[in-house]
Design a protein around this ligand. Sequence first.
Ligand SMILES: C[S@@+](CC[C@H](N)C(=O)[O-])C[C@H]1O[C@@H](n2cnc3c(N)ncnc32)[C@H](O)[C@@H]1O
Length: 680
Amino acid sequence: MRKIGGLLCYAAVAVVSKNGEDLFSRHSKESYLSARGGSDASAIEQLRDRFEQAKNHGGDIALDDVDDLCTVYLAPSSIPNSGLGMYTTREIRKEESFHLREVGVALRDRAVHSTGNAGGDATKLLNQYPWSNTVLTHGIYETSMMESLVPGIGMLANSHLGLVNMRHHDPWKTETHKDGTDSFHYTESLTMDDVGRGSYSTHGHVIFEATRNVAAGEELFVSYGATWFDAREDRLGVIPDEANFIEADGILERFFRQNKEEMKEFELHRQYKLLLDNAEQRVEDASDKDEKRVAKKVRAALPNSVMDAFDVLRLGSTARWSAKDSVRDVDWLKEHGACIDNIRSYPSSLPNAGSGAFSTRSIKEGDTITTTPLITIERDELMLWGRNESGEQRSQELIGHQQLLNYCYGHRKSSLLFFPYSPVVNFVNHGGPEKSNAEMRWSTYSYSKSDWLAEPLDLMKANMKTGLMFDLVATRDIKRGEEVLIDYGGDWEERWQQHMEDWDSGKTPLDDLHNMTNYGNTSAVSELNLNSIVRTVEEQQSDPYPSHVATICLFNQPEGGECSDGAGEVLCRSRWEPSFDATKSKLCDIISRRTIQGRDWYTVSTNIFDKVSGEDMSLAVEFIARDAINFIHRPYTKDQYALEAFRHEIGLPLSMIPEQWLDLEGDELYEWPSDNQESE
Ligand SMILES: C[S@@+](CC[C@H](N)C(=O)[O-])C[C@H]1O[C@@H](n2cnc3c(N)ncnc32)[C@H](O)[C@@H]1O
């Protein structure tokens, strides 16, 4: 969705719509407030408890705060021609965390490693969905060019810039040692003995929160940023942003002050036509591109007839009028929607598997647990190709796969992969034939485009829309609190067994993974962040930090120049304010430390090299406080970037894949231990 290559960025837009406030009519029950998760610390405590319960009760967990009835639905979006959207049937209070935590799957340096087809090619469906790295905070430093896919609200919720009600929750803004995404299982249980290391995302804990009160029945909207829409004007038309809707509201307000309803109808029409003519003239008269764009968007926000303008009055704003059904009747949602909150993520009951999806309600055999749209991805797009010797061109050497492969469904005989993106569905783990209690099927939901199963492969690859869907169906009765497991298939199982054998025997190429210095432990990073003192570069010579650790400094550039030589210490200090905006953080070296009035202050030097201008923008900064310094993983040292980590798609039975999509022998993809074995 938003940004590609730093072009567009996720802005934490705090849009407060009057509509939402007005519609928020009744106070909800207390459990609902307690369910908002409270502080992150208590959320982690809760998770710890759940983990203990999971371990002690054979995987089942208690879910005291779950509503009996479904609270999140997939249903047609209220934005015309925008496919499906996501709706809540219970009110969500401003700043309340959305209860379904998500996984964030990082995409690594696609422009460098992908084939010509991918990485920046705007015609690829996959390229419509990644968030800029600021959503997975500190992701900025994970790799050179990082983007991420965040299912649930991060992919399924549409964007209406005038009705935004959800945004990514950023604990790192106030607690610099947190990156806002890491789930506790990651810091708790991931050790060198963990054979699952790197095979699942370390961002298993992405949280969204409400930017304003959200009414029961309301569609959930995030901001993709205005520039995302500007870049797609050809395909999507002119899409107003929040300011344009507000301006249009002002124009209508003036119109209705001057022209009363009791005026003669033809006079009203005439006056309104004049209003529209003026709006169009403004587009004509605009002196530059930006002005023209604003004028076009304001015009697009205005209704085309005076009758519709009266409708705006009734609904309260042009934004609300442009998506009339953005607050749907809950009964309508029950009838037309598909329930998508029957599962939540908690630490898996399986060893080495990271998080899992747990049923929040009792499900009967044959019932649909959740329904998910899919994006189709070509296998090539997830391959990591090396570089030639000069580093300028891609080589023919396949060096690995994007971690996203592990979250995709497919069959080795097809180059087509499917990535589901309903909430929590990506946490469903492999139970093998014995433990599985569910399976993925092509969806029977009325909005699933099942006729696409007859489409030729080329058309599927070129498709810029989503349409195919999966249902996750219970294959036996599932208790509330039980982990939902499917069978990833024989190919997956075989590769996993091979991976475990290689791991146990300490065989190469897994040596890198065993090597602490290369893919270091996150607990070490978290612990350093709790230390009050940061060692200077000189101190580190005799007392080094682990090599996977780097320091970033978060501070605001002073207005009106740097701390000059002549400036006194106090002035310097007041100028270099810590900032918790990760987008402004910089990798930095700690040069010296001084204690003034009992408080430690640091001189740091940032090392920034502007890739675009080629300019060395390194900066020496004096006097920043400890809380403006943060320990993070050095680029490429998080587990997901270990090239040798386990990689395999989730297997679909051969019988599910239409014959015309079977374009591969399949054996060339991985070094198959048993090449000729036909696996379902
Ligand atoms: C679709 S993801 C499932 C969610 C994942 N557990 C997480 O925490 O994000 C698939 C990955 O989960 C892990 N996984 C799933 N089932 C597993 C199992 N039975 N044993 C070990 N790892 C498993 C593997 O790393 C696999 O590549």
